[in-house]
Every structure is written in C-alpha cells, then in structure tokens.
Design a protein around this ligand. Sequence first.
Ligand code: 5AD
Ligand code: SF4
Length: 461
Amino acid sequence: MTRQENRNAIRIHLKKLEEKKGRPLTAACITFGCQMNARDSEKLRGMLSEAGFQITEEEDADLVLYNTCTVRENANLKVYGRLGYMHSLKKKDPDKIIGLCGCMMQEPSVIETLRREYPFVNMIFGTHNLHRLPFLLEKVLECPEEQFISVLPDTDEIVEDLPKIRKYPFKSGVNIMFGCNNFCSYCIVPYVRGREKSRKPEDILAEIRQLAQDGVKEIMLLGQNVNSYGKTLDMPVTFAALLEQVVKTDGIERIRFMTSHPKDLSDELIRVMADNPKICRHLHLPLQSGSTAVLDKMNRRYTKEQYLELVSRIRAAIPDISLTTDIIVGFPGETEADFQETLDVVRRVRYDSAFTFIYSKRTGTPAASMDDQVPEDVVHDRFDRLLSLVQQIGREETSRFEGQIRTVLVENVNPQDPGLVSGRLESNTVVHFPGNASLIGSIIPVRLAECRGFYYMGDVV
Ligand code: 5AD
Ligand code: SF4
C-alpha cells in the first residue's frame, strides 16, 4: 500500500467514526522517559495529526498512544498501571484505540505479557519502526478487535522528514544519532535502541536551519552518547566539527547537547565549547559511580582519576560551566568504601544538580546475573545520604550567580502566579520574574536577585 492509499484508507475510517460520534476525533501521545522519547513523541503526534486526529494531552482521547521507557523497572510498572486505567475507559467506549510503542516494546517478555494479559491493546510497535504508525493504524481501523504487533530487532535505516508537532515554539530537540554501542553492564538501552547510527551532517543542519526559520532559539542535540557522533558515517565527522557547523546557523542563539560519555569527551570539544558563546555553559557528564572498581564492573571505561582529570580540564577552559550528572547507587558488589568514593567525587566536582538512581536489575544485561546484589535497606540508606549531599551542594552551587545579570529564555507564564514568567538560564536553572506572555520565547537579561534553593527570583533589567 502506498502512502497516499494509506492516507485515503484512514480518512474513510475516521470519517465514519466521526459521524458516529458527531465530533472530530482526538489523539494523545503520552511520553515516558528521556528527551529522545520526547522528540519521538513529537514525530508520533505529527503523524497522528496528518492522519486526521486533533492532538490533545488528555488520556480520555479517542486514540491514546503510550511512548514507553524501560531504563529502570519502575518505568515499566507505570505503563502497566496506565493500561489498567485504559481498560476501564475502553469498557465504556469500545471504539477507543490504545497503542504502545517505544523502548519497552523491544523486550520480548513484555510483548508476551501484552499478548496474554492485555488483548485490548490495539497496536504495538517498537523503536525501529515508529514511522510505520500510519500503516499499523490503518490495520487497527480495519479490524479493531485484533491486536497488531510490529517490532523489529534493529535497523540500519534512518527515516528523515517525518512530520512533527513541537511542544515548544522556541526550543526543540534535534536527533543527531540513534542507538548506543557502549554496553554499560547495567543498561538495557543498547538492546532496545540498537546499534549506533549517526544522521548525516547535512540532514541535521538542514533541520536546524528550518527550526531557526520557524522561530526556534534554542536547540538540544540529542544522542545516547553524542561524543561518538559521526564515527560510523561514510565520511566520518567528529561531534566537535558538527557543533562548529551548527553554531553558524543564524537565529539559533543557544545550543545544548545530551548525553556526553566521559570516556569520549575530546579536547577538541572542550575548545569548541570555550570558543563559542552560543554553546550553553552546561555539561551533563554522567558519573554513575566514583569507585574505579565499580566503574570497571559497569564497563564505563574510565577511572575515578580520569573522570576528575577531565573535569579539571573542562573547568580550566570554561571556568563558569555548570556540571550535572547521573549517579547509580547499589550496583552489584558496591561496598561502603566504593560508595564513599562516589561521595568524594560529588564533593570535589560540586555538581549544580544530579539525577540519582537506585540500581534496577534489567533482564538480559550482564549486571543482572552478577553476584552480590546489595540488600535493599543498605541501598536506600546510601541513596538517602547521596541525595542529601547532592542537594546541599546543588543549592550552594546554584546560588553562585546571585546578584548577577544573566540571560533567560522565557518559557511560560508562571501557573502559580500569573504576574510572573518563568524561564531558564544557560545552566538550565529556572528563574521566575515579573512579566507577561509577550516575553515568551525571547532571551532577555535578568538580574538574579534571590536564589531560593534550586531556582531564582529575578527582575528584568
Ligand atoms: N538502574 C538504575 N539506573 C540506570 N540508568 C541506566 N540504567 C540503569 C539501571 N539499570 C541510569 C544511568 C543513566 C540514566 C539515563 O539512567 O544513570 O545515565
Ligand atoms: Fe546506557 Fe551506557 Fe549507552 Fe548510556 S552509554 S545508553 S548508560 S549503555
């Protein structure tokens, strides 16, 4: 079936349903997980809109699609929880269409469970074929009683030019690569997102130019490990070289990127960051553990000393940079001494903020079969101690701009106080200050009058 035939077929089905209901049909795509999933959801919404649905955020929509995450087990549990609720809604409205996609669908055991226990889910697809949504949808509209499953183990294909509905008019994610080749021993991502694939620089730059024309001021370049960007291209390009091209795009005023693996962060990248004020003075540099022994078992391929040395090089070149991180506690075999090493790195690096995670056993990863899983009470105790240190240092570091004038990208009118607007500094810290909706999307200087923990109250200067 061609795209045009597919479109026509969907139109006929939707028209019938609209006549039956006496109103236009709505669709919601609910996102779990990281920025990559958030960007995928913008493409899914684009395709649903093109198919003829009105896009909403509400779970009582005629079509609800969950874009799932499986990085930790509680991400999966949340999805099953939502499906219970969906089942009750579908009993009241049997025309409701329920779809599941994203990382969790790449796990064979999940598909088995869905087949067996959730037959009311109409369509299931994975991370490698999200562009096939309209074709799956057409099948569902044809046979609403059946469950359609389409999951591919991996792909070499990168599909360009999917329609998108962006969440924000003034900022956007831009995929630069997909997948991951690192196989950190705790992590399920390489299994569910497949091997590393980079988009061609010309496709990325064309997308960014278009975003700039549409009024976007800030972009976030997205990849599981942006520092290995370009290695698999026919004409290899480094991430730093790509960034040097991106900064030349007129209209783009701020550039961020996520995520950097410490083992691949080059001096060339540090230099490009230092030389280009459009690149935000913020680096997310996942530590995972401060213990070299644990890092080795995690297959992170750097030591505590190498990480600290990297931080010193970054700070020497870009003194006002904000560093943030991810840390896992309770990795198999982690001792109190290992944990103290993690606290030591936190004290030395002084992160602006850190995402702290309790180790979650993911079936199929090497760590899942390691001995010495750490008892739950020990893990919780360490987690609490880490969190309180990270928060104390985070508050102190966040306040270092107090009294200064810094630029803010204004994002929204404050929902709690309509006299205030809220936006973000380059460091990603939130600032609230008096203003109105006309400021949304502009980048303006603000005096950071008072730091209140993790955010600022400011005044326009
Ligand atoms: N358990 C806990 N945290 C994990 N992460 C990845 N896998 C796991 C796991 N099995 C964390 C890492 C990573 C972040 C996105 O999620 O810290 O950087
Ligand atoms: Fe997972 Fe490691 Fe790849 Fe990050 S770099 S996605 S933690 S395997």
